[in-house]
Design a protein around this ligand. Structure first.
Ligand SMILES: [Zn+2]
Length: 395
């Protein structure tokens, strides 16, 4: 047991904590990824791929979302944003979205159901909260404020999700469905179906009106959240949502305090990865507990390269959870106060190191890393299998 003084934004703190042996940490993750259970889950996923029966899910990285995960490609970014023409995120999404195995796309925003009141804007997504608080008059140079400025189009979750879904739908024929999740209850509200190059098959509100400058989003919420009829949803999406509602029910049985837990985002771990298979099928033991992982997708080229634009984009997004984790260190019950692990995965561990190096050059990253009991790891992952993992810091 060692004792030392560490500097936090709120002043010095005296800490004494044991060191986690790096080998033990690495062994835990690798044995989870190599287990029989993982093997079965990955085979099931491959089967859906062979049958060309997959859905791509574009959703916020918020740890509280309960998403379909068994056969899907899950792409996470703060506020499910970044779906603009020039965005590096979009460029990396396109090869995935346009793959022949994915039959349709689900775009998922989220909110705190306790903010749902007649005529009031629903809230709860941290990224959109940052958009609402935005004070800048020109593009910030870095950090989550730059991400929010560049990638989030609207502070309102209903509008942001519809705009993101329409932007994706423009380039393709297959159905794109925007939906909102109440992250307290886990319930999903489907709000539209777009298809055939941004044709509106159905929407719960007049989409043209959403794009008018004087449109008051509060009108949307006059009678709660407007939803589409179940019968306009593509069958596969309907099945996924039914499965998700069963998953939520089982989680509530296993964790009777589920809704209480969901009030504050407090993941154990932050994962940034090029892998689009869910953590729940690659590391089932680690990812089982609801709310335990905040996840971001790292863009890559079809050949597995990670470009510099992408590294900046991912660092800007990581700035959000990491800064909160440092600010709320030792403040029990506060957002990200339990966050002590960062995992960076790409198809080639060389890129994972490069991203980690870029991060460790940022002041906000150094501040988090010098807190006791923080672990930063890099890994190489291909086809859902982790082949290498190194611990950069475990103390
Ligand atoms: Zn969010």
């Amino acid at each position: 047991m060692t004792e030392r003084i560490i500097q936090t934004p709120d002043g010095p703190i005296r800490v004494s904590e044991p060191t986690i042996p790096p080998e033990m940490l690495r062994g835990k993750f690798l044995s989870d990824n190599e287990s029989q259970e993982t093997q079965g889950l990955l085979e099931n996923w491959e089967r859906a791929r062979t049958q060309r029966n997959q859905t791509t899910i574009i959703a916020c990285g918020d740890a509280r979302l309960i998403l379909p995960h068994r056969t899907t490609l899950n792409l996470r970014s703060i506020a499910a944003a970044g779906i603009t023409k020039q965005s590096a995120i979009t460029k990396s999404y396109l090869p995935i979205i346009n793959n022949p195995y994915s039959k349709n796309i689900l775009v998922m925003g989220h909110f705190d159901g306790r903010t749902l009141m007649s005529g009031e804007r629903i809230k709860g997504c941290g990224g959109l909260g940052a958009k609402e608080a935005e004070k800048q008059t020109k593009e910030p140079r870095s950090g989550v404020s730059r991400y929010v400025w560049t990638h989030i189009q609207d502070k309102d979750v209903y509008l942001q999700t519809i705009k993101a879904a329409l932007a994706i739908s423009k380039g393709r024929e297959e159905p794109v469905m925007p939906a909102l999740q109440d992250h307290i209850t886990g319930a999903i509200y489907p709000i539209g179906v777009f298809s055939n190059y941004a044709q509106v098959v159905d929407a719960a509100v007049d989409v043209d009106e959403l794009f008018q400058d004087n449109f008051d989003p509060k009108e949307i919420y006059e009678n709660g959240i407007p939803v589409i009829d179940d019968n306009v949803m593509p069958d596969e999406l309907q099945e996924l949502l039914i499965q998700q509602s069963i998953d939520v029910k089982l989680l509530k049985e296993k964790y009777p305090d589920f809704e209480k837990r969901q009030e504050v985002q407090n993941p154990k771990m932050i994962v940034a990865t090029t892998e689009n298979r869910s953590m729940k099928i690659r590391y089932p033991q680690t990812a089982r507990e609801p709310g335990s992982i905040f996840k971001l997708h790292i863009a890559r080229t079809p050949s597995g390269e990670v470009l510099m634009d992408t590294v900046k984009d991912i660092a800007d997004q990581l700035n959000y959870p990491i800064t909160h984790a440092t600010k709320n260190y030792n403040k029990k019950g506060q957002p990200f106060s339990k966050t002590d692990t960062l995992l960076i995965e790409t198809e080639d561990i060389y890129y994972s190191y490069a991203i980690a190096l870029y991060l460790f050059n940022q002041r906000w990253m150094q501040m988090w890393a010098q807190l006791p009991n923080r672990s930063a790891m890099v890994a190489q992952t291909q086809g859902g299998k982790t082949s290498e993992m190194e611990i950069l810091k475990a103390a």
